[in-house]
Design a protein around this ligand. Structure first.
Ligand SMILES: [Fe+2]
Ligand SMILES: [Fe+2]
Length: 191
């Protein structure tokens, strides 16, 4: 029942688990709708991260001097730098909010509905803390776009976004894989 198998990924809680914990009962229509919503939100998070990474690559690849001056001007006129800044700030707020709701409501409900999920939820909560730190770094760099430290900020922002992809994308996948079975048994938001 608790046949966890290490996938070799290390964390402060010990080896990560790959075996999926059996759900505590049969799926319900409400629960299946909640799983579909979770996957829909995650797909938006994946898509928008791709857009932010592409924008960051574009502005990082921009030539210095004239290109930067034009970029700084466009920051106030809906140009690519402006889009990157606004997209990053909005994106970070959205992911923070999604994780905040999961940590405050969904995770306690999952623990109550299926105590065997405890180690999985422990790992998901640890992931949220890690992702939160990287989101803060992305926000800080995005806020500096258009400031006096161009173009160094662009490079740091692109690096922070790549770090975010490295942490966030595996988290989304692990979460979907390991909580969907139990979430599908829910009859309401609290289980
Ligand atoms: Fe999450
Ligand atoms: Fe999530």
């Amino acid at each position: 029942m608790h046949a966890y198998v290490s996938n070799g990924r290390r964390g402060p809680w010990g080896p990560a688990m790959t075996a999926v914990v059996p759900p505590p009962g049969p799926p319900t229509p409400q629960g299946e709708a909640m799983v579909a919503e979770l996957r829909w939100i995650h797909d938006m998070i994946r898509r928008d991260l791709g857009i932010a990474l592409r924008l960051a690559d574009e502005v990082t690849a921009g030539a210095p001097a004239d290109e930067i001056r034009r970029g700084l001007t466009s920051l106030a006129s809906q140009g690519p730098l402006w889009q990157l800044k606004i997209n990053c700030l909005r994106y970070c707020r959205f992911v923070h909010a999604h994780h905040g709701i999961e940590s405050a409501s969904l995770f306690p409900a999952l623990r109550a509905a299926n105590p065997a999920l405890g180690p999985v939820v422990d790992r998901l909560e640890a992931d949220h803390r890690t992702v939160s730190d990287v989101l803060d770094a992305v926000e800080a760099e995005a806020a500096g776009l258009g400031g006096p430290d161009e173009p160094a900020v662009r490079g740091r922002l692109a690096a922070a976004l790549r770090r975010l992809a490295d942490e966030l994308l595996p988290h989304l996948e692990y979460e979907e894989e390991h909580i969907s079975g139990t979430l599908a048994t829910f009859t309401g938001p609290t289980g």
